[in-house]
Design a protein around this ligand. Structure first.
Ligand SMILES: [Fe+2]
Ligand SMILES: [Fe+2]
Length: 374
């Protein structure tokens, strides 16, 4: 399969040429499973028409093949991240609010403040966050359909905000597109698919896993509880950083979240957590805690990894900066720091740049992904 045609209909998954690539390829496949559950159309009509590639992409046999792989991938890749929740939900919420509000400065924006080549590090952040944010809230939308009482209406109101209250220009995914464009990046959904690394895929798969399995309904509330609260803080840090160091960049995405997620946190607590636990007791409370803890852990793993990759790139002696000009063509094959790197040629690392000496990549975090000429 080639990378020709619209990015949204690109269905490529890499081959696990060595064992260290297993998790990466598994996560790519799992995200393909999840993305196949919602509507994606290219921004412009493709040459030759849209119907043929649309039908190919959502072909029953392709969907069935993905659906068959999904339970095994979820068991292998997501289940080990989930821990049972315990304790009192009221105390948990209070402690979480205090912890997030009292948290130290955002580690990534703190790093950027002192970094050279800030643009490149920021571009990589935008790219690694894009699998979810370019279709923001499409994952959580799947938790809204059905019939489960009053909390459903509160969660639906949050969802409407995410989709801009019916105004395309206000949709969060559209605001995110503008941020990407202002850094000179392609804003097509999945436009940087080959460059999403294992930990970015893991985070987004954990979110989809929560919402594409109705049995996780209480864990979904836990996701929203943690994510809406933590997002106020992280988007505020990004907004401040952008204003200071990239005053021409489009920062509306971050400004909007620093504001609206204050309301979203309140809505989740008062209109979903409280009524659900009043109705279903500690059992529901524990599930909400489990969902919040999974979310916290998944964001921390992805965030720590992103920073560690940037730091490894700074430390590498053969690094040169610059994002891929044609992110979907001539992408080469993936490698990890454990792959055989001797004599493979330069290694490109996400949207950061290229390591002229491939053996420099061996010092990167174990879950990092690079690409070398095939
Ligand atoms: Fe949002
Ligand atoms: Fe929100």
């Amino acid at each position: 399969m080639s990378g020709e045609g619209p990015a949204v209909f690109d269905a490529r998954v890499d081959l696990a040429a060595d064992d260290s690539l297993r998790a990466f390829v598994g996560h790519q496949t799992l995200l393909r499973c999840y993305q196949a559950r919602y509507v994606l159309l290219p921004a412009d009509g493709p040459e030759g028409g849209v119907l043929a590639p649309l039908r190919r992409h959502y072909d029953a046999a392709r969907l069935a093949a993905l659906a068959e792989l999904r339970p095994k991938l979820e068991a292998e890749l997501i289940a080990p991240l989930v821990r049972p929740g315990e304790g009192d939900i009221g105390a948990y919420v209070e402690a979480m609010l205090a912890e997030i509000r009292g948290a130290p400065e955002n580690a990534f924006t703190a790093f950027l403040t002192g970094a050279e080549n800030r643009d490149d590090h920021y571009r990589n952040f935008l790219v690694q966050s894009s699998p979810d944010l370019l279709a923001e809230a499409s994952a959580s939308a799947l938790g809204i359909i059905g019939e489960y009482g009053e909390p459903q209406s509160a969660l639906f109101r949050i969802l409407i905000d995410e989709f801009g209250y019916g105004v395309p220009a206000k949709k969060h995914s559209v605001l995110y597109r503008a941020s990407m464009r202002s850094f000179g990046l392609d804003d097509a959904y999945n436009g940087y698919w080959p460059w999403f690394d294992t930990m970015a895929l893991e985070l987004h798969n954990a979110i989809h896993w929560l919402f594409q399995n109705p049995r996780n309904v209480f864990k979904q509330v836990g996701f929203l509880l943690h994510a809406e609260t933590a997002y106020q803080r992280s988007t505020q840090a990004h907004h401040r950083y952008l204003r200071q160091f990239h005053p021409d960049a489009d920062a509306r995405y971050f400004a909007e979240h620093a504001h609206i997620d204050l309301h979203h946190t309140r809505m989740v607590i008062d209109e979903a957590v409280k009524p659900f636990t009043a109705r279903f007791g500690d059992e529901a409370g524990h599930e909400i805690i489990a969902g919040a803890e999974l979310t916290k852990a998944a964001f921390a793993r992805a965030g720590d990894h992103l920073l560690a990759v940037s730091q490894a790139f700074v430390a590498a002696s053969s690094s040169s900066y610059g994002h891929p000009a044609e992110p979907r063509a001539a992408i080469g094959r993936p490698v990890t720091p454990k792959s055989d790197l001797a004599g493979v040629g330069p290694v490109r690392v996400g949207a950061l740049g290229v390591l002229g000496d491939p053996t420099d990549f061996a010092a990167f975090p174990p879950m990092a992904i690079g690409r070398v000429a095939a």
